[in-house]
Design a protein around this ligand. Sequence first.
Ligand code: KIV
Ligand code: ZN
Length: 513
Amino acid sequence: MKEHLVIFDTTLRDGEQSPGASMTREEKLRVARQLEKMRVDVIEAGFAAASPGDFDAIHAIAHTIKESTVCSLARANENDIRRAGEAIKPAKSGRVHTFIATSPIHMEKKLRMSPDQVVEQAIMAIGWAREYTDDVEFSAEDAGRSDLGFLCRIFEEVIKAGATTINVPDTVGYNIPFQYAETMRQLIERVPNSDRVIWSVHCHNDLGLAVSNSLAAVLAGARQVECTINGIGERAGNAALEEVVMAVRTRGDVFPVETRIDTTQIVPASKLVSQITGYPVQPNKAVVGANAFAHEAGIHQDGVLKHRETYEIMRAEDVGWAQNKLVLGKHSGRNAFKARLQQLGIELESDEALNAAFARFKELADRKHEIFDEDLHALVSGELVTPEHEHYKLIYSHVCSETGEMPHAKVILSVGGVECKGEAGGGGPVDATFKAIESIAGSGSELLLYSVNAITTGTDAQGEVTTRLAKAGRIVNGNGADTDIVIASARSYLNALNKLHSSLDRVRAQGDV
Ligand code: KIV
Ligand code: ZN
């Protein structure tokens, strides 16, 4: 019998700390539903004390999710922990995850606390957290650069105080697999009450070793891995969930553990997170990259045709690539459309939003023969900004682009219900369209990112555009999709402007805590 490996997903917390990757409450809910569908054990939904928006998103996720434990992060102080405890209250299964730094450099320079004070604070933190739940995780921030003797001491104390999971983060991605595994082995051996808790790893990818370090720690006894979809996260990111899960599954001969993840949900989760955050997945990314199962060399193609396992260690369909199936067509009705959205975990806030999305679906079905789940995700992302939040709306767009001439765009927008016309020239049709929109909106925002991605294959594929705008310390991502790339770009830009205009921005400002 294999032991269970707990998969703790922190896409919505550490992942959201990737620059510009913050999500709205609705976006977080969509990701949480997908994580639940994928059978993740623990969803770290956010950092409740960071902002009212973060609190609200965690609370909503705790209310909605039934099959995964919902967790909030908290620093080891009373206010943070009470906010976390309140945020997870509606959860069927809720966890408080509290942390304090334990490395000499963090204790001395950042916390300005002595090791004794840090131990004292950690014990009190566990006590406060236990008032809300008996599922309490303790992390020693920067454990990867902490003194082993001190880690043994603090872990023994917090276990006595009631911590049930002990996390050993390599916060700055400094460790090397054999060394990190040895730390984990020693901790489990030397902490006298180590058998009362689950040992956990949380590795950052600064040296590209996050997954290797996590797996090495599993071989040394860790039974929880903290990870994110597509490996997004602070700086170089976290260990990628899909890589950890597939390594454990594919190399069952090496790992004495198994997860309960439905691996066929991995690719849909990857696409959803990429689309919402605007972080593209590199084509050669393991498991979820577009080329992860593509065989280019003739010898490889020949081998795979003769016997698949000659060059494939995993099956594309096992991680959800084959799920890219036709779902709806031109003749599908509103109910079928709504039901499919629900299956995809997409809840539109109002009937108007559903009607608008359905109208867009019909329009798309006229132009694009086959409609896939990915198309639906893209199609509704703009609609998640409900009509009352939609200050700017595209009514008309025209662009003229010819060899030797400067492209010129004309747009008509509805601005708070009033029709406004704008026009501008630009370096290309998209540039001209953005300038024409800006001539009306006058937002003064800074364009941080513009990215285009073909959602499915074929020249009639929808182009999915992400536009990241910054204004007065706020950063928002706008999404837009259409078979016409200029329209997709305009929608994406307007989606971002609407988020800037309304309170529907990301749940907290980056760097709040
Ligand atoms: O990297 C880290 O140390 C963290 C902790 C808060 C667990 O994210
Ligand atoms: Zn982290």
